[in-house]
Write a protein that binds this ligand. Structure first.
Ligand code: GLU
Length: 309
């Protein structure tokens, strides 16, 4: 029996909708600046039942930083823990996700963790493929498998818009190339990274990805392993320590579930052995987290007493 009802989702969303204008949509990626703050949606994908949803659940958005969890899983599968953690550390940071400052003080330019942009760029750089097209294909293959939807792809306009304006991410990547953390063409890396961030989906598809992690890497319908359980465990741990940017500590206290946020306004949360939850609302707080999404998850966690701590 699912532990969240359709009524719960509708009631919680109704309750938090009023916060839709309490933040700002991300505008440093020009194509995201057009998002309507009033749009919001939620889906819950239980590992033992039917997906539930409320709000504009067919609305598609780009997953942005949520893709970092998926490329981390892929890199861990392809190369193993020691190779990945040679390039990127495992520690949370109080710096914002786009920060360049700590790279210079770390030795030798090793990003703090795979959830900040520098760390994600270093991880994406490891994805196998002869060129950027093959690398993007590998990432999409895993995303489609996790979401159980072959039609998932990336939004070319959002990818192009970010690629053309990603001056800071380029700087991070070039700095890491100078120090041997990134190898090969930085422009190809930016091509892959901006396309992975521009992968589009609905809350239902995103909640299904959360459900796979809730089921320790196994498909919620067939129970087939899609991601090895130790890889799923590492990804969930990073979601707890670093998934909500430099608000991860506050989120751990107020909500207490593994979650990952993206600047499009999407958040995916993992309720272990229960299911995946995805919330969307494009207005962001000053740390880059969806205002509606945070309020929704706080409400859910309080009412259901679902903190894992
Ligand atoms: N594509 C965005 C960037 O690299 C992702 C940031 C995010 O969602 O946190 O800035």
């Amino acid at each position: 029996m699912t532990e969240i009802s359709q009524k719960d989702l509708e009631y919680w969303l109704e309750h938090v909708r009023i916060y839709a204008n309490n933040g700002d949509v991300a505008d440093y990626i020009p194509a995201l600046a057009n998002q309507q703050p009033e749009i919001n949606a939620v889906a819950y994908y239980p590992i033992d039942g039917e997906v539930l949803y409320a709000g504009q659940s067919e609305y598609t958005f780009t997953i942005q930083s949520i893709s970092k969890v998926i490329t981390l899983a892929l890199a861990l599968v392809q190369h193993g823990e020691s190779a990945v953690f040679n390039r990127v550390d495992k520690e949370p940071t109080s710096d914002p996700f786009y920060s360049i400052g700590t790279l210079e003080v770390e030795e030798p330019a090793k990003p703090s963790n795979p959830m900040i942009n520098a760390g994600a760029l270093a991880v994406t750089n490891m994805i196998r493929g002869r060129d950027s097209e093959e690398m993007v294909h590998e990432i999409l293959k895993l995303v489609r498998m996790l979401a159980n939807d072959e039609s998932i792809t990336y939004d070319e306009e959002v990818a192009k818009s970010e690629f053309e304006t990603a001056f800071l991410n380029r700087s991070l990547a070039y700095f890491m190339k100078q120090n041997g953390i990134v190898t090969g063409s930085v422009e190809e890396l930016l091509d892959v990274y901006t396309k992975q961030c521009a992968i589009t989906m609905t809350v239902k598809q995103l909640a299904r990805i959360g459900a796979v992690f809730a089921n320790d890497g196994r498909d919620p319908e067939t129970n087939n392993p899609l991601v090895p359980s130790h890889v799923a465990r590492i990804c969930k741990t990073f979601m707890v320590t670093c998934g909500m940017y430099n608000a991860s500590g506050t989120f751990a206290i107020n909500v207490g579930i593994p979650a990952k946020s993206g600047v499009s306004g999407a958040i995916v949360g993992v309720l272990r052995n229960k299911g995946g939850i995805a919330v969307f609302g494009p207005a962001l707080d000053e740390k880059g987290n969806s205002v509606v999404g945070i309020h929704f998850l706080e409400k859910m966690a309080q009412e259901k007493h679902w903190s894992m701590f």
